[in-house]
Design a binder for this molecule. Structure first.
Ligand code: FES
Length: 135
Protein backbone atom coordinates (compact mmCIF):
# COMPACT_ATOMS: atom_id res chain seq x y z
CA UNK A 1 0.00 0.00 0.00
CA UNK A 2 1.31 3.46 -0.87
CA UNK A 3 2.36 5.83 1.87
CA UNK A 4 1.67 9.55 1.69
CA UNK A 5 3.92 11.68 3.87
CA UNK A 6 2.87 15.24 4.68
CA UNK A 7 6.17 16.96 5.43
CA UNK A 8 4.82 20.20 6.98
CA UNK A 9 2.57 18.34 9.39
CA UNK A 10 5.07 15.48 9.89
CA UNK A 11 2.31 12.91 9.37
CA UNK A 12 2.26 9.74 7.32
CA UNK A 13 -0.72 7.73 6.18
CA UNK A 14 -0.98 4.43 4.33
CA UNK A 15 -3.67 4.44 1.67
CA UNK A 16 -5.11 2.15 -0.98
CA UNK A 17 -3.71 2.36 -4.49
CA UNK A 18 -5.48 5.13 -6.44
CA UNK A 19 -6.40 7.20 -3.40
CA UNK A 20 -6.19 10.94 -3.99
CA UNK A 21 -3.87 13.11 -1.93
CA UNK A 22 -6.97 14.98 -0.71
CA UNK A 23 -8.47 11.73 0.62
CA UNK A 24 -5.16 10.78 2.23
CA UNK A 25 -4.96 14.20 3.88
CA UNK A 26 -8.48 13.83 5.25
CA UNK A 27 -7.51 10.47 6.75
CA UNK A 28 -4.55 12.18 8.40
CA UNK A 29 -6.73 15.07 9.64
CA UNK A 30 -5.09 17.63 7.38
CA UNK A 31 -6.86 20.46 5.54
CA UNK A 32 -5.46 20.75 2.02
CA UNK A 33 -7.75 23.65 1.15
CA UNK A 34 -5.64 26.39 2.61
CA UNK A 35 -6.04 30.02 1.81
CA UNK A 36 -3.57 32.48 0.43
CA UNK A 37 -0.48 31.90 2.59
CA UNK A 38 -2.77 30.58 5.29
CA UNK A 39 -5.19 33.52 5.16
CA UNK A 40 -8.69 32.20 4.64
CA UNK A 41 -7.84 28.55 5.35
CA UNK A 42 -10.89 28.23 7.59
CA UNK A 43 -13.17 29.54 4.85
CA UNK A 44 -11.56 27.46 2.13
CA UNK A 45 -11.99 24.35 4.23
CA UNK A 46 -15.75 24.79 3.71
CA UNK A 47 -15.99 26.84 0.52
CA UNK A 48 -14.10 24.81 -2.05
CA UNK A 49 -15.12 22.76 -5.04
CA UNK A 50 -15.02 19.55 -2.97
CA UNK A 51 -12.72 17.65 -5.25
CA UNK A 52 -13.77 18.67 -8.75
CA UNK A 53 -10.47 20.31 -9.64
CA UNK A 54 -12.09 23.69 -10.15
CA UNK A 55 -11.15 26.02 -7.28
CA UNK A 56 -7.42 25.38 -7.04
CA UNK A 57 -7.30 25.84 -3.28
CA UNK A 58 -6.02 22.31 -2.66
CA UNK A 59 -2.69 22.74 -4.40
CA UNK A 60 0.21 20.79 -2.99
CA UNK A 61 3.88 20.57 -3.85
CA UNK A 62 5.04 17.03 -4.52
CA UNK A 63 8.47 16.81 -2.89
CA UNK A 64 9.22 13.25 -4.02
CA UNK A 65 7.42 10.40 -5.74
CA UNK A 66 5.88 12.34 -8.63
CA UNK A 67 6.48 9.22 -10.74
CA UNK A 68 4.07 7.40 -8.40
CA UNK A 69 1.14 9.67 -9.28
CA UNK A 70 -1.26 9.83 -12.19
CA UNK A 71 -0.49 12.10 -15.14
CA UNK A 72 -1.37 15.75 -14.74
CA UNK A 73 -5.05 16.28 -15.58
CA UNK A 74 -6.40 18.83 -18.05
CA UNK A 75 -7.69 20.97 -15.18
CA UNK A 76 -4.27 21.00 -13.55
CA UNK A 77 -2.65 21.96 -16.83
CA UNK A 78 -5.20 24.76 -17.21
CA UNK A 79 -4.41 25.98 -13.68
CA UNK A 80 -0.66 25.58 -13.54
CA UNK A 81 0.47 25.97 -17.12
CA UNK A 82 -1.83 28.75 -18.27
CA UNK A 83 -0.93 32.42 -17.82
CA UNK A 84 -4.62 33.14 -17.14
CA UNK A 85 -5.92 31.50 -13.95
CA UNK A 86 -9.09 29.48 -14.39
CA UNK A 87 -11.61 30.51 -13.11
CA UNK A 88 -10.56 34.09 -13.87
CA UNK A 89 -11.28 35.73 -10.52
CA UNK A 90 -8.90 37.66 -8.24
CA UNK A 91 -8.86 35.09 -5.42
CA UNK A 92 -8.16 32.24 -7.83
CA UNK A 93 -5.44 34.36 -9.40
CA UNK A 94 -3.72 34.90 -6.04
CA UNK A 95 -4.01 31.21 -5.18
CA UNK A 96 -2.75 30.20 -8.60
CA UNK A 97 0.32 32.40 -8.25
CA UNK A 98 1.60 29.88 -5.76
CA UNK A 99 2.76 27.58 -8.53
CA UNK A 100 5.39 29.98 -9.78
CA UNK A 101 8.78 28.37 -9.40
CA UNK A 102 7.21 24.98 -8.77
CA UNK A 103 5.51 24.33 -12.10
CA UNK A 104 6.89 20.80 -12.40
CA UNK A 105 5.87 19.65 -8.93
CA UNK A 106 2.62 21.50 -8.17
CA UNK A 107 -0.53 19.38 -8.21
CA UNK A 108 -4.15 19.60 -7.13
CA UNK A 109 -4.60 17.24 -4.18
CA UNK A 110 -8.15 16.35 -5.19
CA UNK A 111 -7.27 14.93 -8.60
CA UNK A 112 -3.82 13.51 -7.90
CA UNK A 113 -3.95 9.77 -7.31
CA UNK A 114 -1.12 7.94 -5.59
CA UNK A 115 0.15 4.60 -6.86
CA UNK A 116 3.30 4.49 -4.73
CA UNK A 117 5.01 6.42 -1.94
CA UNK A 118 4.92 10.21 -2.16
CA UNK A 119 5.98 13.13 0.00
CA UNK A 120 3.93 16.30 -0.28
CA UNK A 121 4.00 19.83 1.10
CA UNK A 122 0.50 21.12 1.68
CA UNK A 123 -0.35 24.77 1.13
CA UNK A 124 2.94 25.90 -0.40
CA UNK A 125 3.39 29.61 0.25
CA UNK A 126 3.10 32.23 -2.44
CA UNK A 127 5.96 34.68 -2.46
CA UNK A 128 4.64 37.80 -4.20
CA UNK A 129 8.04 39.45 -4.02
CA UNK A 130 10.23 36.50 -4.96
CA UNK A 131 12.53 36.46 -7.92
CA UNK A 132 10.10 34.31 -9.92
CA UNK A 133 7.09 36.62 -9.61
CA UNK A 134 6.03 37.83 -13.08
CA UNK A 135 9.16 36.37 -14.63
S1 FES B 1 -10.76 20.99 -3.98
FE1 FES B 1 -11.05 22.46 -5.52
S2 FES B 1 -9.41 22.11 -6.89
FE2 FES B 1 -9.18 20.60 -5.38
Amino acid sequence: MPTVKFVKENKEVEVADGTTIRQAAKEAGINTNAGFNGIGAGLNKVFNCHGFGMCGTCRVNVISGMQNTNAMTMREKAKFKSPIPIPPDPVAALVALGYIGNEATMRLACVTQVHGDVEVETSPETNLFGENFFS
